[in-house]
Design a protein around this ligand. Sequence first.
Ligand code: PEP
Ligand code: CO
Length: 444
Amino acid sequence: MSTTWTPNSWQDRLAKQQPVYDDAAEVESVLGSLADLPPLVTAWEVDKLQAQLSEAAQGNSFVLQGGDCSESFDDCNANTILRKLKVLIQMSLVLICGSKQRIVRIGRIAGQYAKPRSADTETREGVELPSYRGDIINRSGFNETDRRPDPQLLLRAYERSALTINYIRALSQGGFADLHHPENWDLEFVRNTPGSRTYQELLEALSDSIRFMEVVSAGELEQLRRVDFFTSHEGLHLLYEQALTRADQRQRGYYNLSTHLPWIGDRTRAIDGAHVEYFRGIRNPIGIKVGNTIAADELIDLVKVLNPDNTPGRLTLIHRFGAEKIGAKLPALATAIKKANLNVLWSCDPMHGNTQATRNGFKTRSFDDITSEIITAFRVHKDCGTRLGGIHLELTGEDVTECVGGPANLTEFDLPRDYRSQVDPRLNYEQAMEIAFLLAEQCK
Ligand code: PEP
Ligand code: CO
């Protein structure tokens, strides 16, 4: 690994999963504009998340990370953003009450626009076109115009990210996120399940505790008026990430200021590849997706390259094996990392190893596989003497029908009713809340 890092030193390595643009001058001009625009987050916020993740890595809190597989430009509206924030805050309340731990909230939001794909092209009825790679690159419609990688979409993605983060900041900093107003936290379109009844009791207990604390402290607890909320996305499109990489005013090196927590996907984590080269030089806390093909010594090398100072919280290993494989794969990795005394935060993504196709042509995931992977993850970490400190979910705050099973026991025949995802199937609102109850139970 070379020792000189610059924001563009990745360009000397093989960069997988990058779009091929047909107009180099247009790309240059767009990147120039991006580099002149203000950052979307600040280095101080990034440092705050790093400190919170350090606490989580040391066993003092739990990380809840979730959102769309792929955000779409069309979903950049008040209602959808509010619902995503709401479900994540509600899940975090359930987790706080159940686990008695602090929860770090991170959305897959405000920049989750680039997708890795298994094939470069897609063929339908004899017509072959570039694959859809996320709204920052091209469009999902199956025609030549939509599928052309369009550099202008980099600017549109930056703008949508800015609009989204602006609204999230406003909602999380006051009013909406004020715990004094539990009416903001009612469950919607959730059946009368044991989980929903427990949730109502939990809200009442929360209000009682707040009243009690405020009587005791003779005043309103200011910190209950707002919540911390951080953003994350897969740092896949390296030209975009580079354009938003900025030297810190305090001379602390470079930060990726397009998001608080960028992560490296399972397909782009080659140790000699461009993504690892880019990520090793930024100051942000970072995630790595860890799938079935990685060996323990490879993971150890990767951790050492990305976190040479062994700083707790710098690195989150997000494992995603699938319910069937986790029991065989995780123990060797967890044990090796522990033996090497490497400080990492372990998080479980129970979504990406559990994707299947239905007979009627939908991509789905079964709620039972998701819960089974979560339960196994807690057990294996316990057995290995490591700790599961986080969860990584694809979810939405809406009543979609994309994953089968759950409280309403959706079947593959229910999927056509409201299947909206262009890429991977997400837990709907009710399924997501049910997962929060399961996690609260497991964290006890
Ligand atoms: C994702 O998180 O949407 C994704 C593509 O995951 P992975 O890199 O784990 O396959
Ligand atoms: Co996905």
